[in-house]
Design a protein around this ligand. Sequence first.
Ligand code: CUA
Length: 265
Amino acid sequence: MFTNRLPIAKLAGAVVALAAVIAAVMLSINWNGAEDSTAAPKIDNLLNIMIVVSSIVFAIVVVALAYALIAFRAKPGDESDGEPIHGNTRLEIAWTLIPTIVVLAAGGWSWKVLNEIEETDANHLTVAVFSQQYAWSFGYPGKEYAYSQGVLHVPVNRQVVFKMHSQDVIHSFWVPEWRIKKDNVPGITTTAVVTPTKTGTYQLICTELCGFGHASMRAKVIVQSQSAFDKWVEGLKEKVPPDLMVSVKQDTETNPEPLERAVAE
Ligand code: CUA
């Protein structure tokens, strides 16, 4: 067994040092930009933890590979075969079990964070989102399905439940500063829950390749005070057109939340 000859302390030191450097560099980069919803810090936190875990795994692999390449390289002119060995059962159990535990823990934590994000409060505002090649429009069930095209207004610090519908192909709803991304799928209603925490102007970006105009499929998002929002909704002249209402009603059949509740609000 060559195990006894391994300089364990030095290798462990190299792993710790390399992992620390990689993690420090990766964590210093602001990957996702401003955090303007309650979900954003939670998601970024999760990402940061995954960066640290990945840095450790990467460092272990790189240090082991580098050590194997240097310590066990063939002497010049050595044409003999490698030593026939049967592997190491204990080592194989360890390198199967540990990653399994790490992945399950990461999955469990993500599940917990997602549950927190998707928990709805009683005071939420429902907004219907309509997507089609290549435009966004919005309906406000609380205001008899008042309708706006290309511009979404929402109040700040209030939970918004988006009920999403697509008229043609799959689109995807994404406001980067809110982090939340959700596919809009023809025939069913999908739901995203967001609580914006800052007022301002944002961009809603389609983040599912949906055809020729995908890159320009955007809408303006304005997060404002509840009173400014109420005033804006009051001022909307149009109602959601009947063909879009058809999709709202149709989709309801596969939607766990009945239409009455959405309309009643
Ligand atoms: Cu719609 Cu991309």
